[in-house]
Design a protein. Structure first.
Length: 397
């Protein structure tokens, strides 16, 4: 018998565990994880960017959580001697068509009280001589990069020392009754509150408890290319103006904590939930369900899915992928992009009635269970304030 069972040892599960054990140090908290360690999936394959919070409408949860989370992780990394690269970020315009989008991002940032500045083409050239823009750019001094796996391992060690129990290689299997679940090792566990933070499988687990009736997860595969030459063509994160109608930010430059330069990611529709490479982790039932919805989205072109799919599939052609990034700089050796990063899968929640992707956090709950259905990007940046919100609004209420 536990006070809290948390399903999933990604950044959301660990953040919730941290909030609970620090608030209630004498209560029993257990984290179930089907893999052998923390961060095997989305959290551990994250880009490492701490986003400042200017992309999102100010009335959204993720606008507030991203802004607050970015500053929180800055302080946390420094206080615990964890890696952080305060490399900042610019969003550039690639033509007249991008200027309105740039202004919109600036307005959102100001409304959300984010430190963000519109700068001229000349100012950008003075700061970063190799970056190209058209007339204006957006400068974000608080954007940084961290090492996600380093943070996840630190949290695991810290939480274990504070009394959180971890059960690795033991995932959720079934809902029994009265807050009792069966694990993949056939153990029966009970708790006063069960918290589902299972990422790619959060909707499946929620359905066992009667939730997520109008939702399903649609996976998108993200791949980066690393620059392996010795020169430094860019020293800050460089992004294009995104299409604000979908949650993807376009191919951009990321400068990692170790100063590695990479371009990406793709947002290629995946055909099963852990569709990282080849037929690994293939599940026929997932394949049939996901392809059914992807075909619906393709036919209806809901939220521009057909256009997105065409565009993303072209990124499998390496020269095309590289050229998308190269045109944002004045000079770069395209032959320097030689190494693919480990692919990641982004879990995007789809409303199956309206065929729309949900672009904000979605939580469903009752007095016994909490289901984090959409820990939407940038979930890593937002994780700690989001976890506090979950505990206050759904666990303690």
């Amino acid at each position: 018998m536990y006070d809290y069972i948390i399903i999933g040892a990604g950044i959301i599960g660990l953040s919730i565990a941290k909030v609970l054990i620090e608030k209630y140090p004498h209560k029993r908290v257990v984290v179930l994880e089907k893999e052998s360690d923390v961060g095997y999936h989305s959290s551990g394959r994250n880009s490492g960017v701490l986003h400042a919070g200017f992309y999102y409408n100010a009335d959204s949860l993720k606008a507030k959580f991203t802004r607050d989370g970015c500053l929180w992780w800055h302080e946390f990394a420094q206080a615990n001697n964890l890696s952080i690269n305060k490399c900042k970020k610019v969003v550039i315009a690639q033509g007249e068509q991008d200027l309105a989008g740039l202004e919109e991002l600036y307005k959102r940032g100001i409304t959300n009280k984010v430190d963000v500045r519109l700068i001229s083409q000349d100012e950008l050239e003075e700061m970063y001589p190799n970056i190209k823009t058209y007339k204006k750019a957006l400068f974000s001094p608080n954007t940084a990069t961290i090492n996600p796996l380093e943070i996840l391992q630190f949290l695991k060690k810290d939480l274990s020392a504070k009394g959180v129990e971890f059960r690795f290689d033991e995932g959720y299997n079934a809902n029994l009754h009265h807050n009792e679940i069966l694990t993949s090792k056939k153990n029966r566990l009970r708790a006063h509150k069960i918290i589902n933070a299972a990422g790619l499988y959060a909707d499946k687990i929620a359905k066992d408890f009667g939730y997520a009736q109008d939702y399903t997860i649609i996976p998108f595969k993200g791949i980066y290319l690393k620059y392996t030459k010795d020169d430094r063509p860019v020293t800050t994160n460089v992004y294009p103006v995104p299409n604000l109608k979908n949650p993807f930010l376009g191919v951009h430059y990321t400068v990692s904590v170790d100063d590695t330069i990479k371009i990406g990611p793709t947002a290629i529709p995946a055909f099963w939930r852990e569709n990282y490479q080849g037929l690994s982790n293939f599940r026929f039932d997932e394949f049939m369900e996901i392809v059914k919805y992807e075909l619906k989205l393709f036919v209806t072109n809901s939220f521009g899915f057909r256009d997105l799919a065409y565009e993303e599939m072209k990124k499998y052609y390496k020269p095309y992928f590289i050229n998308l990034a190269a045109k944002m700089l004045k000079h770069i050796d395209k032959s320097g992009f030689t190494q693919r990063s480990k692919p990641g899968i982004r879990a995007q929640l789809l409303n199956t009635r309206t065929l729309e992707l949900l672009q904000d956090f979605v939580v469903e709950a009752d007095e016994d269970t909490v289901h984090v259905l959409n820990a939407v990007s940038p979930a890593f940046t937002s994780s700690m304030p989001f976890a506090k919100y979950i505990v206050e609004e759904y666990v303690e209420s």
